[in-house]
Design a protein around this ligand. Structure first.
Ligand code: 2IT
Length: 441
């Protein structure tokens, strides 16, 4: 860690992600001198390569705009590079390195053969027209197409990249590469190679994982009050499944504040989340304006100020601080499943663990998204399309396998499961073993 800190002093998110994993695996690592001899950790923390490129496009006023684009190919020990693209004004190499590092361990947990990658741009979708989004996606792919391929590196969506953006990216990829293999990108539309349930998969998988975690602790999700942050694709899927499982979603949030829903979110509100996402306004207040009788909007507040049993961060890294954790616990929260990547600050995780709150990390909880991308790749490679039931059954099985792996590697002497350790050790062992067996490359 000291060497990495000296080398990348400003890459705070990346250092934070690496620190969490190294702390978790220390004991296991020290039991394997062969890992030490092969310098597995030193190799694993560095990405295989990073592509950086300029993306120039013309906005609706005819002005030339320039953004930066990246693809971080982090680790290919267990399969081709796989991971999403994030379009957000705050994107930096540090952010994408942390996400690529996390993705490597997460993908290892899915049981499927996928390496880790992440990419994106500092392009800000907020307030952009549909035409601007299309021109940006096309200009982005003009640089990226040469770095990706269905057996090489398979991008998908992330924050700011949904099915609309995937469509524009894929359309341009085909034109440039003259390759018509749909497996080059996942999260596609249903008529051109997309998998049924991929849009829902991250949220559904997170709720399946939460269900297994609660069952392990002798609890039930039915009747519980859930606070969710965000209102994008992940929050949307989580709300749908939470309702189906008999829980009540009492809050969603956005960068502008929190929308409280005392009687619980309704299917109409869940549908409206899609309209809010497509509008590119990035405001949760729009929900309160649309359903004034059933909601209460408070500017500047987070979802964690709302009384709940279960907290599900579904928005962005570091969105839940130690102070937020203390407020949640004081209000009676007894479980937090991190759905966003690194959604909780280290102080928040320690606070939850010290206070006996059930906690599981994003790389286990949200892995259903990329797992279903893996299922989309399988369908594309065999030129078939599975039914919703087939995909859902496989997603269930995968989330249960991830939970089992956490229990196997994370059960402590007192019988309780440390899900942070469990997920990190399980992912590490798989990637480290593969790297060792493939020699010094
Ligand atoms: O963080 C993630 O796992 C994703 N954004 C999904 C990546 C994917 O390849 O489906």
């Amino acid at each position: 860690m000291a060497r990495l800190q000296a080398k990348y002093p400003n890459e705070t998110e990346y250092l934070q992600a690496v620190q969490e994993v190294l702390e978790s695996i220390e004991e296991v690592y020290n039991q394997h001198p062969e890992f030490e001899r092969a310098k597995i950790v030193e190799r694993m923390v560095e990405p295989d390569r990073i592509f950086t490129f300029r993306v120039t496009w013309v906005d609706d006023r005819g002005e030339v705009q320039t953004n930066l684009g990246y693809r971080v190919q982090f680790n290919s020990a267990i399969g081709p590079y796989k991971g999403g693209l994030r379009f957000h004004r705050a994107v930096t190499p540090s952010m994408l390195k942390f996400l690529g590092f996390e993705q490597t361990f997460k993908n290892a947990l899915t049981t499927l053969p996928m390496g880790g990658a992440k990419g994106g741009s500092d392009f800000d979708p907020k307030g952009k027209s549909n035409e601007e989004i299309m021109r940006f996606c096309q200009a982005f792919m003009l640089e990226l197409w040469n770095c990706i391929g269905p057996d090489q590196d398979i991008p998908a969506g992330d924050v700011g990249v949904g099915s609309r953006e995937i469509g524009y990216l894929y359309g341009m990829y085909k034109k440039l590469a003259r390759q018509y293999n749909t497996g080059v990108i996942t999260g596609k539309g249903m008529t051109w190679g997309g998998s049924i349930l991929r849009p829902e998969a991250t949220g559904y998988g997170a709720l399946y994982f939460t269900h297994y975690l609660l069952a392990e602790a002798g609890k039930d999700i039915r009747g519980s009050r859930i606070a969710i942050s965000g209102f994008g694709n992940v929050a949307w899927g989580a709300c749908k499944k939470a309702l189906e499982l008999g829980a009540k979603v009492v809050a969603i949030s956005g960068p502008d504040g929190v929308c409280e829903i005392p009687d619980g979110i309704t299917p109409e509100m869940i549908d409206y989340m899609l309209v809010m996402r497509a509008s590119n306004r990035d405001r949760v207040e729009d929900m309160a304006l649309k359903f004034p009788d059933k909601t209460r909007f408070t500017a500047g507040k987070k979802a964690w100020s709302v009384k709940c049993d279960i907290a599900l961060p579904c928005a962005f890294q570091n969105e839940l601080s130690e102070e937020d954790a203390a407020e949640l616990v004081a209000n009676g929260t007894w479980c937090c499943c991190e759905v966003s990547n690194m959604g909780c600050q280290p102080g928040a995780i320690h606070y939850f663990q010290q206070h006996g709150i059930l906690f599981a990390p994003g790389k286990a909880v949200n892995a259903g998204g990329v797992a279903t991308s893996g299922l989309e790749m399988t369908q594309n490679a065999s030129h078939i399309s599975w039914s919703g039931k087939e995909v859902d059954d496989k997603l269930h099985y995968i989330m249960k396998s991830i939970h089992d792996a956490c229990v196997k590697y994370g059960t402590q002497p007192d019988g309780k499961v440390d899900y942070v350790k469990g997920a990190n050790i399980a992912g590490f062992m798989k990637v480290a073993t593969a790297m060792l067996e493939q020699g010094t490359v």
